[in-house]
Ligand binder design. Structure first.
Ligand SMILES: Cc1cc2nc3c(=O)[nH]c(=O)nc-3n(C[C@H](O)[C@H](O)[C@H](O)COP(=O)(O)OP(=O)(O)OC[C@H]3O[C@@H](n4cnc5c(N)ncnc54)[C@H](O)[C@@H]3O)c2cc1C
Length: 459
C-alpha cells in the first residue's frame, strides 16, 4: 500500500478512505463517457479532513481531484492522472439561512435542489438552476460557474457568491468575502475561485446571496417557422423593457427527437420553438409581460404562441424542454453535448454553420440552449463503438469551437473546460492570458497537484 494511503487511513479513519477495485471504478467517471481509475477515494466530512488530505497529497506529491456529484460535462472530475478523488458529498449541511441579510451559508456538498427548496420555504429564492439541480452540488456549481435557463434575468452562480472557504493545496484554510454587499478590501479572491474547476483549491463552504422568491410565473411556447426570427425576438423583447426569466430555444432536430420520445404534440413543421417564462412579485405585471412577449413573438414571425393557463399547462410546456437530453438517448448510443456561447445576434449564423458541419460529416447535431444569453448546446449524436464515427466527432468538435470563436463567442458558457476543451484554450484566450492564468495557478499550487492536466494548459 502507498505510504500516503497509510497516512490517510491512519489520520482520517478507514471508513473515510476507499481503495477497493469497486470503489475506484465508482469514482472513475463524470457526466461524460470518459473514465479513469483513481488510486483512492476520500469521503471528507470537515474542513480538517480536506486539509489533512491536501497536506498529505502535497507532502507525497499526489494528484487530487475534488469531486461533487460528478455531473460535470467536461471531464473535470475524472482522475486522469490517478491519485486521490476528494469527494465532498458528505459535507452537505446548510449551515445558516440569514433571513435578514438574504444569505445562505452552505457546505460545498449540498445538492443545489436541496438548497433551493430550503430557502423557498422561507419565501427566499436561490435562482441559479442548472438542469442538473438534483444531481449537482453547490461546490461543483461554483467550481464550474454553472448557469441554466434563468441566466438572462438572474445571472449565473458566480453572481450569487459572496464568500468562500477554500482549502489550499498545502492544506491552509482561506476565507474570502463576507455578508457585506459592498466590499472592495483587497483583490476579489472569491471570484478567482469561481469557475476554477478544482485547479486552485478545494471549495468547502460557500456564502450565497439570496433574493425574494417571485410568487408568480407565466409560461408560453412560441412556434417559429424560421429560426432566424426566434433569435431576433430576444432583442425586440428586451427593447420593450421586459426581461423574461427564461428564453429556451429548441431547433427542429431537437423538436423531432422530443416528439419521437414523448409525443407531446410539438410542431414538426417549424425551424424552432421558444419556451418563454416571465416571473415577478406582482401577478398583473407578470401577465402583462407575457402578453407583451407573445405579441412581439407574433410581430417577429411566430406562427403560433401558446400561453399556459394553469400550473398543469405550465408543467406540460416545461416537459418539452426537460425532455431534450433524455430523448436524445433514443436516437444514438452516445451524445457529445457542447456548450458554446456566441453574441445573441450571431445565433442564426451559428446554427447555419452547425448544420453545415452536421451535413459535412453525416452525423446529426441537435441544437438547443439559452437563446437569451447566446448559449447553445449543440449535441452530436453518434456510436462510439464505430471508430469512423468517433474520429469524425473529434473533428466536428474542433469545427464547432472554431465557429464559436469566429463569431466572437467562446468555448463554454457554463460547463467548463475540463480536459475536453483544453486543446482550444490558446485559440480562445491567447498566450498572454494563458501565461497569467498559469502563474496564478502555480502561486496557489506550486506542485500542480490540484486537478493536473485540466482547465489550464501549462504555459
Ligand atoms: C443532465 C445534465 C444537465 C446539466 N445541465 C446543466 C445546466 O443547465 N447548466 C450548467 O451549468 N451545467 C449543467 N450540467 C453540468 C453539471 O451539472 C454542472 O457543471 C455542475 O455544476 C457540476 O456539479 P457537480 O457537483 O456534479 O461537480 P463535479 O462534476 O463533481 O465537478 C465538476 C468540476 O468541478 C470541480 N469541483 C467540484 N466540486 C468542487 C469543490 N467543492 N471545490 C473545488 N472544485 C470542485 C471538479 O474538480 C470538476 O473539475 C448538466 C449536467 C447534466 C448531467
Amino acid at each position: 500500500m502507498n505510504a500516503w494511503l497509510n497516512v490517510l487511513r491512519e489520520t482520517l479513519g478507514p471508513d473515510k478512505v476507499l481503495f477497493s477495485a469497486v470503489d475506484r471504478v465508482a469514482y472513475s467517471f463524470d457526466g461524460t463517457f470518459e473514465q479513469h481509475l483513481p488510486d483512492a477515494v476520500v469521503l471528507a466530512e470537515s474542513n480538517e479532513d480536506v486539509s489533512q488530505v491536501l497536506r498529505t497529497a502535497s507532502y507525497y506529491d499526489v494528484p487530487v481531484v475534488t469531486r461533487g456529484m460528478a455531473s460535470g460535462l467536461a471531464g473535470g472530475a475524472i482522475p486522469t492522472q490517478g491519485g486521490i478523488v476528494l469527494s465532498l458529498v458528505r459535507m452537505n449541511r446548510i449551515l445558516e439561512i440569514d433571513e435578514t441579510n438574504f444569505t445562505a451559508t452552505v457546505e460545498a456538498g449540498v445538492v443545489t435542489a436541496d438548497l433551493q427548496s430550503a430557502v423557498e420555504k422561507l419565501g427566499l429564492f436561490y435562482p441559479p438552476d442548472p438542469s442538473s439541480i438534483k444531481q449537482s452540488t453547490i461546490g461543483g456549481n461554483v467550481a464550474c460557474n454553472a448557469g441554466g435557463p434563468r441566466c438572462l434575468k438572474y445571472g449565473v452562480t458566480g453572481d450569487y457568491v459572496m464568500g468562500l472557504t477554500v482549502v489550499l493545496a498545502d492544506g491552509r484554510l482561506l476565507r474570502t468575502g463576507n455578508k457585506s454587499i459592498k466590499n472592495v478590501t483587497g483583490l476579489n479572491l472569491s471570484q478567482l475561485f469561481v469557475g476554477s474547476e478544482g485547479a486552485l483549491g478545494a471549495i468547502t463552504e460557500v456564502l450565497l446571496r439570496l433574493v425574494p422568491k417571485p410568487p408568480y410565473a407565466r409560461t408560453a411556447l412560441a412556434h417559429f417557422p424560421r429560426l432566424e426570427d426566434a433569435s431576433r425576438l430576444v432583442e425586440s423583447v428586451l427593447r420593450r423593457g421586459v426581461v423574461p426569466a427564461t428564453l429556451e430555444l429548441m431547433d427542429e432536430t431537437a423538436i423531432a427527437c422530443i416528439e419521437d420520445a414523448m409525443h407531446l404534440g410539438l410542431p414538426l413543421d417549424v425551424e424552432a420553438i421558444l419556451l418563454i417564462e416571465c416571473d415577478g412579485m406582482d401577478q398583473q405585471s407578470v401577465m402583462r409581460e407575457v402578453e407583451t412577449v407573445a405579441g412581439v413573438c407574433t410581430e417577429v414571425g411566430a406562427s403560433r404562441v401558446e400561453v399556459a393557463q394553469s400550473e398543469e399547462e405550465r408543467a406540460e410546456l416545461w416537459r418539452a424542454r426537460r425532455s431534450v437530453s433524455p430523448s436524445l438517448a433514443r436516437q444514438a448510443p452516445n451524445k457529445l453535448g457542447e456548450d458554446i456561447t456566441v453574441p445573441r445576434s450571431a445565433i442564426p449564423e451559428a446554427v447555419r454553420r452547425l448544420k453545415a458541419v452536421s451535413a459535412k460529416y453525416g452525423l446529426p447535431i441537435v441544437i438547443f440552449g439559452h437563446a437569451g444569453d447566446g448559449n447553445l448546446h449543440p449535441n452530436i449524436l453518434f456510436d462510439r463503438r464505430d471508430s469512423d464515427q468517433w474520429a469524425k466527432v473529434g473533428q466536428m468538435v474542433g469545427e464547432i469551437f472554431l465557429i464559436a470563436l469566429d463569431l466572437g463567442g467562446t468555448l463554454t458558457g457554463e460547463h467548463g473546460i475540463g480536459t475536453f476543451k483544453l486543446p482550444y484554450m490558446e485559440a480562445a484566450l491567447g498566450r498572454t492570458s494563458l501565461n497569467v492564468q498559469w502563474r496564478i495557478k502555480l502561486a496557489l499550487d506550486p506542485q500542480n497537484i490540484l486537478n493536473p492536466g485540466k482547465v489550464l494548459p501549462g504555459f
